[in-house]
Design a protein around this ligand. Structure first.
Ligand SMILES: Cc1cc2nc3c(=O)[nH]c(=O)nc-3n(C[C@H](O)[C@H](O)[C@H](O)COP(=O)(O)O)c2cc1C
Length: 191
């Protein structure tokens, strides 16, 4: 039994848009009693810089970052014991690798490990519009055990800013991970 054990969450950043959602999710994790480790792809670093004006190491809430080229890092093995992995944002390239089991960087390998260990793998897939290959890859990843979770805000909670919109989506991820989330708003709370 794992009573009292802190959840270990692996966050992987890839080169898709929507880095604001990543920032919001990491801020949420910072307020929870969890261990958070990170991996950022080379394209992820580039998009973080272009869109969000920062480096992965400057993001909040992550206690350890691993190099995406380091196949000897702990996330490459099931024995590292991560409870969940969230790829946020998840590019179509990384989705394709995960869907087909091609493990050419540590993010793909770690996702492959989560699936083989039947642990939670959440893919915050971001592209629009979606072509047939994207859709087929999402179905393949879903059928292999991943949760496909596009970054759609809960507009029914009436967010007043982009940051608040991103927070409504972070709450959705928190629900998936079984987090407590003080202040989490839900539909019907005001009724
Ligand atoms: C500013 C910028 C935004 C991008 N947005 C997306 C996106 O939303 N979705 C996507 O699949 N690729 C997007 N790309 C392309 C990916 O970065 C590219 O396919 C890359 O090879 C993905 O590599 P990775 O999956 O290893 O991070 C974007 C690239 C740039 C420069």
């Amino acid at each position: 039994m794992d009573i009292g054990k802190k959840k270990k969450i692996l966050v992987a950043v890839t080169g898709a848009s929507a880095m604001l959602y990543l920032q919001s999710f990491l801020e949420l994790l910072e307020g929870e009693d969890v261990i958070v480790h990170g991996i950022c792809s080379e394209a992820g670093e580039k998009v973080l810089e272009l869109e969000h004006h920062c480096l992965s190491r400057q993001l909040p809430g992550v206690s350890k970052w691993f190099d995406s080229r380091d196949f000897a890092a702990p996330p490459a093995s099931g024995s590292a014991g991560y409870d969940a992995m969230v790829v946020i944002p998840c590019s179509m390239g990384t989705l394709a690798s995960i869907a087909s089991g091609i493990t050419s960087n540590l993010i793909h390998r770690a996702a492959d490990v989560m699936l083989k260990e039947t642990k939670k793998l959440i893919l915050v897939v971001r592209e629009t519009p979606l072509n047939r290959t994207h859709l087929k890859n999402m179905l393949a990843a879903h059928d292999a055990g991943a949760v496909i979770c596009p970054p759609h805000p809960g507009l029914y909670l009436k967010p007043k800013s982009l940051e608040e919109a991103a927070q409504t989506f972070s709450w959705r991820l928190g629900d998936q991970l079984g987090l407590t989330m003080a202040g989490r708003k839900r539909w019907g709370d005001d009724k």
